[in-house]
Design a protein around this ligand. Structure first.
Ligand SMILES: [Zn+2]
Length: 1020
């Protein structure tokens, strides 16, 4: 026969979009509308409802950036609509492609109770499922006129991202505010046609596709386009057979979970996220009530806490739906945090704060970690996830890789310590699924484990800025439950999916075939380790200060009976945890968010500092003895870890500075000799014990380098490989001075470049093998990347970089595309380039990124004449200047501290890294004190605190930092009644009781490589 498939599909597409969908609400009357516009910050709903209102005409522009407009809608249901479903239909001037990124509203009844939200893809409010006719309608809208920042012209510089710079002009124009009959048969026809139209597009030309096409033609022949509501049923009847044909036995199975990825801040401030969460959750609880099987999953305890505080009526609905198993708290984290940069203790608190919240409010725990969108995943996570009591891990972000396609979707992810966690990536490559035919086809075709596993997860709903699942999506799911040619869709808790997936992987008997070892490196967004330096600096400072505050407070509690500040610490931790959200700590939010983050970090520092001062004061008493407190977990300056002792002069001889005839300087002490040239660059750094020079022959180290940095997309997120091709060395020094102060050798260098200037204070302390640099930069650059380079005379096969509770090794070569893609990578407090017998470490107080390259030197002692020698160059990443989404990113004064550790191995780097940002505190009091906890052998201390359950038990967390098996001891210097091993979040473990607790409070431990162990001591 003659056939033209495109004729049928073109017809169905046009009739669907231009006739059938619009006919769903074709019978309507306008509502009367009044309004009150508030340009500034939101007000509580009770006040909004009480505002004096003015008449409003649909079509009038409304809403300046970040303003709130309260609308009052009133009307009467026409008598002839009796028995029909009646809905309010509101189009605030929406762009349907920008759901979550523009205006949205929460709808209230006159008594102030929220109904649901209105957004571009969810414009209806059910007024009555069966109207009486003649009843009054009154609704209020709290409409937020959030500006579109990531629009159709993406990544354009904009000043709308902060109220201090945004324009006062209205952004939106309403199109429709009506009362309408909901034509349910037309609506069902629309979904029937849509599902079949999308299904056939994924099918090969064959009987199934052709029958679907014929059914569509038959249905459209029966549809009278002038009388759609009257003829919809007949058209649907023509589609019934193809919709009833069941799926194949081996059809891919989709475990759908309703979802709205809601970024806790991003292109909107935290205050708007609070409202976004309320809007989305009100719609989702409404949808749960209107369906039988739909389940909705939401992560982030913080977002639940916001609803509880700010929209208690919605909170009650959430609690009810959680109790019924329809609203699913997911993820077990305070927020969906970044996982690359937070410290091990901070990630632990992401878990413990959330699980405690879920336990307290709902009596449940999350069983898996849900992180669809964070920018890469630390290789320490598998252990932390398992030791916190979780069974599974979920993300999809690695599908964003620029270069390499990840080889698995359901697999075991193995961390640095050998722990494995069952992990799943949805093969449809999205966390905002609409259950489209295209997505289902993609999931079926791409799923990498089809040989033995039956299905995958689909998070279904509008996300990023929220919105969530729509009734159209649940309608699609119903049709896709068992449909020939399609993947089978069912609503399901991810726990059920993972349970099945675990069985399928294990049943294969070859579960080693799907294993990924090490970090889940995202081959994109590499600049998120550097952008918005002050936000990162605040994070590093406060997560360390909080651990210090806990230790002093626990010591004060045990020694003096001082109250342990549980509530203050919880509140401060929760603030730090929120600021670790995956668009805040990575530096990818609007100016408003980062302005607030920096201010909040300053306030947190003040709060934690008060706890530290109070606790130390209680411990040292009143007196005038000069004391020194050591906040680090390693001894320093003659004071034991977490102890306070009388301040004493350094034992080592003073460092020296010698000026050279060429204008350079030599800084020296008992351990190292550093040579600077006249411009203040390091030309030699000799470890006196071995005679080895850290600096590559003929090269200069500590040279600042400025790159042009204009990525193809995602300015604050991305640095593209080509940035390396354009570089300027900042060689000139305006002024170089030298001195010795308090035994410390100091060289100060001033440099100016383009619109900026900087000062480097380079110091060598007595008895230290670390050349320290205090860098102050007055940064006024556009689209530039500042690095500092260290060409090393080290042939390193790997570079070791600290991560949570240990380090990971990355090769220095680029043999494969996987290695080549890692041209900008993460570290915590240190990174180390080492060859057997000699290594060079780099420590920092607030940086998270470095790169490493191999270079060829022909100036050294080559292995044989004429054969060049390979050296290793390590560069620390310091500052960037992207213009989107914050047009002023990182402008102004910035500070960094970093150090070159000459003659280091991983043990030295761990110790110097831990003390570098935890300098001793000078104070006065009656006397010092011995630490409450000390460790011996190969055990490294991480934290000392009182138990979260407020029992008064002492919790001590230790780990193995070198990647080897070790034995050691933990001693509590207080009367101890018992000790047991607990989970990372302090839950009891079967067999957790620790044998062999000695009378002096010592337990002996054996730790495996990078193992984290949490001990709980009951004090006598
Ligand atoms: Zn996100």
């Amino acid at each position: 026969m003659h056939d033209d498939i495109t004729l049928t599909t073109g017809r169905a597409h046009r009739v669907l979009t231009e006739r059938i969908w619009p006919a769903v609400h074709e019978t309507s009357v306008p509502l009367d509308v009044e309004w009150h516009a508030l340009p500034g910050e939101p007000i509580p709903p009770a006040e909004g409802l009480a505002l004096a209102m003015e008449p409003y005409e649909v079509g009038t522009p409304w809403g300046p950036a970040w303003g709130t407009t309260w609308f009052r809608l009133t009307g009467t249901v026409p008598a002839e609509w009796a028995g029909r479903t009646v809905e309010a239909v509101v189009d605030l001037g929406f762009d349907v492609d920008r759901t979550g990124f523009q205006a949205e509203a929460l709808v209230y009844r006159p008594d102030g109770s929220p109904v649901k939200s209105i957004n571009p893809r969810n414009q209806h409010v059910v007024v009555s499922d069966a109207a009486a006719g003649g009843e009054r309608v009154e609704l209020f809208l709290e409409a937020a006129s959030n500006p579109v920042l990531l629009g159709h012209n993406v990544f354009e510089r904009t000043t709308e991202g902060d109220t201090t710079t945004s324009s006062p002009d209205p952004l939106y124009t309403t199109r429709r505010i009506d009362l309408a009959v909901f034509e349910s048969e037309v609506y069902d026809l629309a979904l029937d046609v849509e599902v079949l139209l999308e299904l056939q597009a994924e099918l090969p030309t064959g009987p199934r596709r052709m029958r679907v096409l014929q059914a569509l033609d038959d249905a459209l022949d029966l549809l009278d386009l002038q009388r759609i509501p009257e003829t919809a049923a007949a058209a649907r009847a023509a589609l019934a057979d193809v919709l009833a044909s069941p799926a194949e036995g081996s059809a891919h199975e989709i475990s759908a979970v309703g979802h709205a990825h809601i970024d806790s801040a991003w292109l909107w401030p935290v205050r708007e996220t609070i409202r976004k969460v309320a809007r989305t959750t009100s719609s989702m609880t409404d949808l749960i009530e209107r369906t039988d099987d739909f389940v909705y999953g939401m992560s982030s305890a913080q977002q639940y806490a916001w609803v509880k505080e700010h929209r208690p009526e919605v909170w009650e609905r959430i609690k009810e739906a959680v109790a019924k198993g329809r609203f699913l708290p997911l993820g077990g984290m305070w927020v969906e945090s970044d996982t690359v940069m937070p410290s091990g203790e901070a990630l632990t608190r992401q878990f413990s704060q959330a699980q405690r919240f879920f336990e307290r409010e709902f009596g449940i725990r999350s069983h898996g970690v849900w992180l669809p969108d964070s920018f890469g995943y630390s290789p320490a996570l598998p252990q932390l996830v398992r030791r916190a009591g979780f069974d599974w891990f979920f993300t999809q972000k690695i599908s964003w890789n620029q270069v390499n396609v990840f080889p698995h979707h359901t697999f075991w992810w193995e961390g640095i310590d050998g722990s494995r966690v069952l992990t799943h990536f949805p093969p449809m490559d999205t966390y905002n699924s609409q259950l489209s035919g295209e997505e289902l086809g993609k999931a079926t075709r791409q799923f990498r484990e089809s040989r033995r596993a039956t299905g995958s997860i689909a998070p279904v709903g509008y996300g990023d800025g929220g919105g969530g699942t729509t009734r159209e999506m649940t309608g699609r799911a119903k049709r896709l439950a068992n449909l020939e040619g399609s993947a089978k869709v069912r609503w399901e808790h991810p726990d059920a999916f993972f349970e099945r997936a675990r069985g399928e992987l294990l049943a294969s008997g070859t579960d080693d075939s799907a294993v990924w070892v090490g970090e889940l490196y995202l081959e994109l967004h590499r600049a998120t380790l550097t952008s918005q330096h002050k936000t990162k600096q605040g994070n590093r400072r406060n997560e360390q200060l909080l651990v210090e505050a806990e230790a002093w407070a626990a010591t004060a509690s045990a020694r003096t009976g001082a109250d342990y500040p549980y509530e203050e610490l919880d509140a401060l931790w929760q603030q730090v945890l929120l600021l670790q959200f995956h668009d805040i700590l990575p530096g990818t939010s609007i100016a408003w968010v980062h302005r607030e983050a920096v201010a909040q970090h300053a306030a947190i520092t003040e709060g934690v500092q008060a706890i530290i001062d109070r606790s130390l004061r209680a411990l040292v008493g009143e007196g005038d003895v000069a004391l020194r407190a050591n906040p680090a977990v390693f001894a320093q300056a003659g004071v034991p870890a977490l102890g306070v002792a009388a301040a004493s002069a350094p034992a080592a001889a003073a460092s020296t500075v010698t000026e050279l005839p060429d204008g350079g300087y030599v800084l020296a002490n008992d351990l190292v000799r550093i040579t600077l040239d006249a411009a203040g660059h390091v030309t030699s750094a000799v470890d006196l014990a071995t005679g080895r020079d850290a600096v590559a022959p003929g090269r200069e180290a500590n040279v600042l380098q400025l790159h042009q940095d204009f990525p193809n997309k995602w300015d604050a997120w991305d640095v593209d490989r080509f940035y390396r091709n354009s570089v300027t060395d900042l060689r000139e020094a305006q002024k170089v001075t030298a001195a010795v102060a308090d035994g410390v050798a100091v060289v100060t260098v001033h440099r100016q470049f383009s619109a900026s200037s900087l000062e480097q204070v380079i110091t060598l302390a007595p008895g230290s093998r670390t050349l320290e640099v205090d860098l102050r930069t007055d940064w006024h650059e556009t689209e530039k990347f500042l690095k500092v380079t260290f060409p090393l005379d080290v042939r390193a096969e790997h570079v070791a970089a600290e991560t949570q509770f240990g380090f990971h090794k990355r090769v220095t070569h680029t043999n494969t595309s996987w290695e080549s893609a890692k041209f900008e990578t993460s570290m915590h407090r240190w990174v180390l380039a080492e060859e057997p017998g000699f290594g060079v470490g780099f420590v920092n107080d607030s940086s998270y990124a470095y790169d490493v390259t191999r270079e060829v030197s022909d100036q050294g002692v080559a292995p044989a004449p004429g054969i060049p020698e390979v050296t290793t160059t390590v560069r620390l990443s310091l500052l960037r200047a992207p213009r989107f989404p914050d047009p002023e990113t990182d402008q102004g004064l910035q500070t960094h501290r970093y150090g070159l550790v000459v003659g280091a191995d991983t043990a030295v780097a761990t110790e110097v890294g831990a003390t570098f940002g935890a300098r001793p505190r000078e104070l006065r009091g009656a006397a010092g004190f011995e630490p409450l906890v000390h460790v011996g052998g190969g055990v490294t201390l991480s934290s000392v605190k009182l138990a979260d359950d407020r029992s008064g038990d002492l919790v001590v967390r230790v780990y193995e930092a070198q990647g080897r098996r070790t034995a050691g001891t933990v001693t509590v210097a207080a009367p101890v009644a018992g000790a047991r091993t607990v989970t990372l979040i302090e839950d009891d473990l079967d067999g957790g009781v620790v044998d062999g607790l000695t009378a002096d409070g010592t337990v002996t431990l054996e730790l495996s490589p990078f193992e984290v162990r949490t001990l709980r001591f009951t004090l006598a």
